[in-house]
Unconditional design. Structure first.
Length: 197
């Protein structure tokens, strides 16, 4: 259960960072927009692991001998990507950059189309995690529900956090999420290697 919660925290950091950014760039955001954004991020973070798990089921019989290596590689890639992205997070000036060349609303969580794009983009990592769960033969509905609920709660808090605090924690959140996923990937690999001895 703790592992599922830690995976949920790691996966939700992309969406949390977007929520913090939105809180910074839209200081007078109405509660209904924050709720809608949190619901969208949570929903896609719930669905994507299930899709990944279903896709992985089709290949499980072919890769049982090295599935733990695949799970480790997927989690390490996702976590490593998050660590790299944490170094690239821009400061508050990015609010103006996002508006250049078009209407700021169309590139934010205020626009439903923009919100859906952001929700899908931030949940692609969850697809890979669902695939790794499938490779390990682990159940998915419980972990997916935890991922969705944690993401919903963190995104709701992130909108308010960004409005009140600013960019100070955005980079840290992304880096922490990456570290957690890499650590869980290492844990899975070590456990399987110890069992094989």
């Amino acid at each position: 259960m703790l592992t599922y919660f830690l995976v949920a925290l790691g996966l939700s950091m992309d969406a949390f960072a977007v929520s913090v950014s939105s809180g910074i760039c839209i200081p007078h955001m109405q509660t209904r927009y924050a709720l809608r954004a949190a619901f969208a991020f949570g929903l896609f973070q719930f669905l994507m692991p299930i899709f990944g798990w279903l896709a992985g089921g089709a290949f499980r019989a072919y890769i049982e001998g090295f599935d733990h290596w695949i799970a480790f590689a997927l989690l390490a890639l996702v976590g490593g990507k998050m660590l790299i992205e944490s170094r690239e997070i821009a400061d508050e000036a990015s609010c103006d950059d996002a508006a250049s060349g078009g209407d700021r609303k169309k590139r934010s969580i205020l626009d439903l189309g923009g919100l859906l794009i952001l929700a899908v983009a931030t949940s692609i990592d969850a697809l890979a995690v669902g695939l790794s769960y499938s490779m390990l033969g682990a159940p998915i509905l419980g972990p997916a529900a935890i991922i969705g609920l944690v993401t919903f709660a963190l995104c709701l808090a992130g909108c308010e956090f960004g409005r009140r605090i600013g960019t100070r924690f955005e980079r840290w959140a992304e880096a922490a999420g990456g570290i957690v996923l890499v650590a869980i990937g290492l844990k899975i690999l070590v456990e399987h290697l110890i069992k094989a001895v």
